[in-house]
Write a protein that binds this ligand. Structure first.
Ligand code: HEM
Length: 180
């Protein structure tokens, strides 16, 4: 995973706890933690950090990854400005992730290996198929939750198919928050 993702996870932990907690997590994982934003580091290090954070928060690993994704999305949007500027809703953002967002990320950061999704949708639900052996489908769910919050919308996510080695499917429904 790209170093910038580790940098943002560090920022999340420091905001939730403090710098010492981040250092403790790294120590527990046996990691040095000198992540440069353009560097590329083993996914195993993400999993190790997420496992350690899950113990700290007393949450399941998948739920921890979801919450990390939720908090990460607005940070990524701020870090790579312009990529999402044209979108006005979480649905637009999600449905442009394959054609616009991730390809632009790849142009700017050729080492990035973003996932590809398949979407099916009717009026109500967007069915999201995450097809990647990297098994970050809970991170994708978190990014979707973060997109909803970014546009001040609510979202419901339901598992559709249990995660398998080749990916996972879930369905998403966004709705505007009720004002007043
Ligand atoms: C709802 C929208 C999005 C979803 C569902 C999504 C999903 C994901 C997932 C699951 C990964 C982990 C890699 C993998 O599973 O193979 C990832 C990686 C990444 N995404 Fe997205 N993403 C979204 C939006 C964005 C946005 C808005 C940005 C930037 C502004 C972004 C930038 C990146 C970057 C830099 C990586 C790291 C790639 C790597 O380490 O190789 N994504 N995305």
């Amino acid at each position: 995973m790209m170093g910038m993702i580790f940098n943002e996870i560090e920022e999340i932990i420091v905001e939730l706890f403090d710098e010492d907690e981040w250092d403790r997590i790294l120590e527990e994982c046996g990691l040095e933690g000198a992540y440069t934003s353009l560097g590329y580091y083993p996914d195993a290090e993400v999993w190790s950090i997420v496992r350690s954070v899950s113990q700290l928060l007393d949450l399941e690993v998948a739920e921890t990854l979801r919450q990390v994704g939720r908090l990460l999305l607005p940070k990524l949007v701020a870090r790579i400005p312009g990529v999402c500027a044209a979108f006005e809703s979480a649905t637009e953002l999600l449905l442009n992730v394959n054609q616009i967002i991730h390809p632009q990320v790849k142009v700017m950061y050729p080492d990035a290996i973003p996932p590809v999704f398949e979407f099916e949708h009717d009026q109500e639900w967007i069915l999201v198929h995450y097809r990647s052996a990297r098994l970050f489908s809970a991170l994708a769910e978190g990014f979707i939750m973060g997109s909803a919050e970014y546009f001040d919308e609510l979202c419901e996510i339901e598992a559709f198919e249990l995660p398998k080695p080749e990916g996972a499917s879930f369905r998403v429904r966004f709705s505007p928050t009720v004002v007043g």
